[in-house]
Design a protein. Sequence first.
Lengths: 208, 226
Amino acid sequence: MITVQNLSYKAIVENTNVTFEPGLNYIYGSNGSGKSTFLDCLSGINHTYSGTITGNDDLVYMNQNLYFSMKLKVKDYVQFVLTLDRAKHNAKDYFSYLEGLGLKMFVDEAWNREVSLLSGGERRKLFFVTTCYLDREWYIFDEPFSGVDEEGKTLITSIFERLDARNKGIIFTSHEHVQFEHIDLNMFTLQNKQIFETHPQQISTFTS
Amino acid sequence: MLNIVKAHYILNMKILLKEKLPLLWSTALPVIFLFINGQYVQDTMFLNFFWAIIIFACYIFGVGLQAVRLREAGLLKTYFSINHSRMLFFISLVLTQMTSAFISMLILNSIAALFFPVNFLEAMMYSTVLIVLTLPVAFLSANLTMLHKSSYQTLSTVIAVIFFVSLFTLTMDNVINYVNPLVYLSQLLFLQGVYDYLVYVIISAICMVTGIYSLRNYQVNSVMRR
């Protein structure tokens, strides 16, 4: 469980109190409402906030914008992430995991290509599946569905379902209405610098 | 812990080998200056000025400015979202630049040994000692990360101007040399007596303490871009 108490950061998030339970947590907010700033604080990337956040020690966070040295190859990215992750995993496990998702051929083909030669969607897919491969209690994603085609959305949803089945915690943001058929969602809205729990009908109202 | 340093170190080395410009700065430039000022090279220890050029290029451009550049490019968000260790990231940057400096010294010393009255082994030994003695400079350069509102472009331009002014006045009898960082870096191999060592220890301690403070407060998010 991640607990946020009296969180404030500049004039973007003010005196926010919220608790996230394991499972799927969806934060809705319009563009520029402060979702990315909130996730930066929640993930520890930004530690200059006031207030307290507990339970966020074991997590991985995927930003909305994907950054990596464009001159390096896909294999450099994967090897870097796997080595950085305290060598809990190895390349063989990683490829077995990809095979389970039907993505082995995609990564095999891209393996020796420079990251800059991947399309935006391919890059997002690579970063997403690699992030989800890491073994953490919590997975945080900033706008994972943004700019993703239907096939990509299906992939993301199926990986979320797998993580949920393993009792992992997932927090993601979106400025669009998102629906899941097989998982219960805990929904939150970021509005007027505050986060509060919301019902699905209320989110439909925001997005209509 | 070692894995984090290893991951960053390997990645940094790959980036370094892909980007030719930093290698050019730290290797070609001192070699060119070696040939321009060849008449001053009477023995191995005369290479100390050229070693100082390499040290400056590696520790200032390669550590402090590189940390600013990576932040501005957004790469640190990717790195630290997987693992937070700011200090281990910094250690890997320093190790990368120590390696880079060693390679540059190796090339410079080899060329110097071929064309000038220089003992290669002696040159390698002293230049390696200098790489270690000047480590506090790498910590000092970490303070550049505290200048949040200065862009990488601005900082690198200012540092490049300082670097070139220092370089061109290095062999002149000029008042600027009283504040020339290359002069001080090159003289570290000639410390003598308690006073010299005391000054070195105090300045090193200041560099390291301020550097560690900057790293602890190192903000991953750039104010220049989202």
